[in-house]
Design a protein around this ligand. Structure first.
Ligand code: FUB
Length: 476
């Protein structure tokens, strides 16, 4: 269903504030001055138009799919109603796939769309999430299933998979095919999942929280170890890793290792110290295109904090002995893994940094960028123009009188290489394709789509594509 134009709903403070801050004070607002790269451009947090939390990355078919929670604007608690999916082929330009899973997916759930993880098995995608069971009032683990990493997801069981009042499921499938579900706060549990991924064998088992296994916490006799919540379990070079949110509050990220999937665990120390204006943090680790990446969340966006969090990512390298180095939050994020090809259709909602914009489901399928006002822009990083582009096409709609898409290089005020006029199309989901000549777009550049025009909402954009060649006319 395509939602009505949000004319009666105030624009979020989040996107307005991001627009204001971009390029001006951002570098000094995100992280302490001591860790500021000098001339860095912000690409972290990786999503700017909604708050995101509790990252769970999954590598599939040459892309990283990122499953997150969603903190509501202005939250004063973990008021979370849906989950979001994002994906990237290069770790910097992220495509918004919307929300294919929400509390409404689970008819038995009443609240608390908290930290989950999606895994793939047998061509299907299983997303394990903690939610409150309406009937019992306790937190339970539900499982949703889809045929695609971006959904749509449906409740696999119509009831909880397991329920003991605890949260934060992580699923790991060992080389022999045995899958394990881990979860818990204040305890840490595991159970063996069956091959169908929606049932289990045996009973949930409590992992002994020993100080040797999970470090020593002081000041809380009820919680003698550092383990708090958010387990993330994986295997690398025969060693099993359990990365977790440690201590409370504020949390930091720590990890333990074991010779097997059920232990015995040995505490290994800090992955990420307490940083970043959120009293929780949450780990997710994957390898992608030959490098390792650590996902986490913080309160770095304007209006951000403990209940308005944002997911960020850093690239890291394991030490030679397999230990994880200490990783620090940055506002630059991971380096781009490759470049973006402008000569194939690119979704407008594939964004390195968005300023002032929002997204919504498009009548044509997928998502579109919308709620665009004069001066808003999208940054698309590392666009490989090669020997040059001659024209630009964009799929656009406008329920007002339209505006202009300016194509700029390097910054929102950088060199103009093209200008595309967008007419009123008679509706915000009445789509047409506009074309314009391009001149001077060569090499690999950060591309800015900057939107200009009158007042109010100008236009929507669904996708864009350049054509290679030499332009006949220079941009006006
Ligand atoms: O997002 C709600 C809760 O906050 C998660 O379940 C925890 O891991 C913490 O990040």
């Amino acid at each position: 269903m395509i939602p009505a134009r949000r004319s009666s709903v105030p624009r979020t403070g989040l996107t307005r504030a991001v627009a204001w801050i971009t390029g001006l004070v951002l570098a000094f607002a995100l992280v302490p001055a001591a860790v500021q790269p000098s001339a860095a451009r912000a690409d972290n947090p990786i999503v700017q138009h909604v708050y995101t939390a509790d990252p769970a990355p999954l590598v599939h078919d040459g892309r990283v799919y990122l499953y997150t929670g969603h903190d509501e604007d202005g939250s004063t608690y973990f008021t979370m109603k849906d989950w979001r999916v994002w994906s990237s082929a290069d770790m910097v330009n992220w495509t918004d796939h919307g929300s294919p899973l929400s509390l409404a997916t689970f008819s038995w759930a009443s609240a608390d769309a908290w930290a989950g993880q999606a895994v793939q098995r047998g061509g299907r995608f299983y997303w394990y999430v903690p939610v409150k069971n309406r009937a019992t009032g306790r937190m339970a683990i539900g499982v949703a299933v889809a045929d695609s990493p971006t959904g749509p997801f449906r409740d696999a069981l119509g009831r909880p998979l397991v329920e003991n009042g605890e949260i934060d499921p992580s699923v790991f499938i060992d080389d022999n095919g045995q899958a394990y579900l881990y979860w818990g706060n204040p305890n840490l549990w595991y159970v063996k999942l069956n091959a169908d991924m929606t049932s289990y064998s045996g009973s949930p088992t409590r992992i002994p929280l020993t100080t040797a296994g999970f470090g020593t916490r002081t000041g809380d006799p009820n919680r003698p170890t550092l383990y708090e919540e958010g387990p993330w379990v994986y295997k690398r070079n025969g060693l099993y890793y359990l990365v977790f949110a440690a201590k409370c509050c504020s949390e930091f990220i720590a990890y333990s290792t074991a010779p097997g999937p059920t232990g015995p665990w040995t505490y290994r120390g800090t992955v990420m110290p307490t940083q970043g204006s959120s009293f929780t943090n949450h780990p997710g680790i994957v390898d992608f295109k030959g490098n390792s990446y650590f996902f986490y969340h913080n309160g770095a966006l304007p209006g951000g904090g403990g209940y308005t969090r944002s997911v960020a990512v850093e690239r890291f390298s394991y030490n030679a002995d397999g230990t994880i180095p200490t990783i620090t939050m940055t506002n630059t994020g991971a380096p781009q893994a490759g470049t973006l090809n402008p000569y194939v259709r690119q979704e407008a909602e594939t964004i390195a940094w968005g300023s002032g914009i929002e997204t919504e489901p498009a009548a044509e399928g997928g998502m579109n960028v919308g709620w665009i006002e004069n001066g808003d822009h999208l940054k698309v990083k590392g666009v490989a123009f090669g020997s040059g582009a001659s024209s630009f096409a964009a799929r656009v709609a406008s329920g007002s009188s339209g505006g202009t898409v300016e194509l700029r290089l390097g910054s929102p005020n950088g060199t103009v290489v093209g200008r595309c006029g967008v007419p009123g199309t008679g509706g915000w989901q009445t789509w047409t394709t506009v074309n314009c000549p391009v001149s001077g777009a060569t090499g690999t550049q950060d591309l800015y789509l900057r939107f200009t025009g009158g007042s109010g909402y100008l236009l929507n954009i669904n996708w864009w594509q350049f054509t290679a060649g030499t332009a006949l006319t220079a941009p006006r």
